[in-house]
Design a protein around this ligand. Structure first.
Ligand code: AHR
Length: 614
């Protein structure tokens, strides 16, 4: 085939084209990006009916040495459950190892030698206390410990205790233990253990944060997905319950993805995450609709007010009620919230349109600059309501998504723009995330670049999976307590990330339908140098050659630094794994004899990217 690229004629791709979608799914936040090590830190996960399960906490000691019960005894009104330890040890000699509670974290806590961990908990007792706080390795080896003692007077009311532990050794499958050898009654509540070295001290697990940052996302859609809707409204994500001191947050049961979250990564933390990433926040809020209930449009106002309050919290002035609260929580500067989505995948539900219009009109009244995203698909017929952007989700086979290269060609150029906020190849083609998925997605993404005059933003879904809770596969980033890797689709996204704000070039391709190509000119913000990048996908198990001609590249330009990046593998179903995390990743090499007219070999089932300095 042949490809003619014209460096001097093109049009801009939106600044914020490629981003990420963070959803609390697969323990992405709780037990994932949020670095809190304790699972069920406030004992709320078992519900408020007594006795309540304290899972995954376990009791250290036996019936003769300790009784543990749950009580509505907390000093925090929105999370009333606390535990009472009735310690029966007759003397320290009778229970020399101590009795108490142990928490395994989220399938093991990653404790690392030389690192510090802040442990905070709340305690009450009618007697003096003498507690040992420790991290224990899976093999029973103590990694760090300290003792906390206090007089009966001090702990007669709920008292906050804080200590820092430094690990003497490492174990990625550790637990936190709080034990005593002293007889008496002790109440415990809201027990947290955080590594000290989270990203900027903002609470994000550093390795996972870096994986996201390496995608250079220009926006962060959050916090869901169906997570926003909930299976039932009583369990839906409501932002006001996720802000303020962590120990006061009620937490909630994520009934769509079936796990408890303490809401450590709440509304403010997500806004902070976006800011840290240099990404614009895109807030998705509940439209008064869950998977099982719908609020009538006549009764929707409290939800509208909640959304308005959320926007005010994010970007309102310090003189406003919620802007003031944001400042009191440490972020006086407003966040750059320019996009909100009314609901998630709710378009076809009876009350959506009525509810949508109430939200739309109220938000446009108070915040006319905010771009509003509708759940309804404008690719099949024009929307029957006002919207700046419409949301588009697709999960399909590799062939099918590849064939969607032209999907947005015929979209009305003057209607609302498209936000492809969730796309992925899934099921048989994908496995846990295969080269085959990435090949199909490459064609799709090239079609989105081509149509970036009507496509405003693009994000893959889901972003994360904790390997121990595979509710949805595949996911871009796979992790456990201490490791992480990207699936081929993750690496594909890295290859495309430079397109945000780049110039899409006109080009002419004559090749079989299994070959698609796009070209951009992009500028590296660090070096301020611009580059021409030509990306080609060969979705065929035969090698192909492409005769590439570049028109308009400065003939004096030094092309010697040109590179050839190849994403492929021996088998189209190949995947990465913890054992072989870099099996299918882009390989970068120097481009041999770079010229403005050259023959490029495209290996079977490959994505090739050529990069020329301009
Ligand atoms: O990305 C996983 C889920 O897929 C999202 O929660 C939902 O929006 C979609 O159905």
């Amino acid at each position: 085939g042949t490809l003619h690229v014209d460096v001097d004629s093109g049009r801009p791709i939106p600044e914020n084209f490629f981003g990420v979608f963070f959803e609390e799914i697969n323990h992405a936040g709780s037990g994932g990006l949020w670095a809190e090590l304790v699972n069920n830190r406030g004992f709320e996960a078992g519900g408020t009916v007594l006795p309540s399960s304290i899972f995954p906490w376990t009791i250290i000691g036996d019936e003769s040495t300790i009784h543990v019960t749950t009580e509505l005894a907390s000093s925090f009104p929105r999370n009333k459950i606390a535990v009472k330890l009735n310690v029966l040890c007759q003397s320290p000699e009778k229970c020399p190892q101590g009795v108490g509670l142990s928490n395994p974290g989220f399938w093991g806590m990653n404790i690392e030698q030389g690192k510090e961990y802040k442990v905070v908990f709340f305690v009450r007792s009618s007697t003096s206390i003498d507690l040992k706080v420790s991290f224990m390795g899976a093999n029973g080896v103590e990694l760090a410990s300290t003792n906390i003692s206090a007089s009966a007077k001090l702990v007669s009311n709920w008292t906050r205790m804080e200590t820092t532990l430094e690990a003497k050794a490492s174990d990625f499958n550790s637990s936190l233990q709080i034990t005593t050898t002293q007889k008496g009654e002790i109440w415990l509540d809201q027990i947290s253990a955080m590594p000290m070295d989270t990203y900027k001290g903002h609470g994000f697990r550093k390795d996972l944060y870096q994986m996201v940052a390496d995608l250079k996302p220009k926006f962060l859609r959050f916090p869901g997905g169906t997570y926003v809707e909930g299976d039932h409204l009583r369990n839906a994500y409501r932002w006001k319950d996720t802000v303020g001191p962590w120990e006061e947050r009620p937490g909630h049961f994520n009934d769509i993805w079936n796990y408890w979250t303490d809401d450590g990564i709440g509304f403010l933390e997500c806004l902070q995450l976006a800011e840290d990433l240099g990404a614009l926040p895109v807030w998705v809020f509940n439209a008064g609709i869950s998977r099982h209930e719908e609020i009538n449009t006549t009764d929707i106002w409290p939800f509208v007010q909640e959304a308005l309050d959320g926007i005010e919290f994010a970007r309102g002035p310090l003189s406003s009620k919620w802007g003031k609260m944001r400042a009191s929580l440490g972020h006086p500067e407003p966040f750059d919230l320019r996009y909100v989505a009314i609901g998630n995948e709710d378009c076809l539900l009876p009350n959506y349109l009525g509810n949508y219009l109430k939200f739309y009109n109220a938000i446009k009244h108070y915040y006319p600059d905010i771009k509003i995203i509708s759940n309804c698909d404008a690719t099949t017929s024009p929307l029957n309501h006002p919207a700046d952007i419409f949301d588009f989700h697709v999960y399909t086979s590799s062939r099918d998504i590849f064939s969607m290269y032209n999907k947005f060609d015929s979209l009305n150029r003057s209607g609302p723009k498209a936000f492809i906020s969730e796309y992925a190849v899934w099921q048989e083609d994908a496995g846990f995330g295969s080269l085959l998925s990435a090949l199909g997605e490459a064609g799709f993404l090239m079609g989105l670049e081509k149509n970036s005059d009507v496509v405003e933003m693009v994000s893959y879904a889901p972003l994360f999976v904790n390997i121990n809770d595979k509710k949805w596969i595949p996911d871009a980033i796979v992790f456990d307590s201490n490791r992480s890797y990207g699936i081929p689709s993750y690496w594909l996204q890295q290859l495309f990330s430079q397109s945000s704000g780049a110039t899409y070039l006109n080009s002419t391709l004559q090749a079989p339908p299994s070959i698609i190509a796009t070209s951009i000119v992009w500028e590296n913000p660090e070096s301020k140098k611009s580059y021409l990048r030509i990306k080609v996908v060969n979705f065929n198990d035969k090698e192909a050659t492409l005769d590439i001609t570049i028109n308009g590249l400065d003939s004096n330009a030094n092309l010697s630094g040109s590179t050839f990046t190849l994403l492929t593998s021996a088998n189209v179903k190949d995947e990465n794994s913890f054992e072989d995390p870099k099996k299918v990743v882009p390989q970068v090499s120097q481009l041999e004899n770079p010229r403005t007219n050259m023959l490029v070999v495209l290996p079977p089932n490959s994505i090739v990217s050529l990069e020329f300095p301009r």
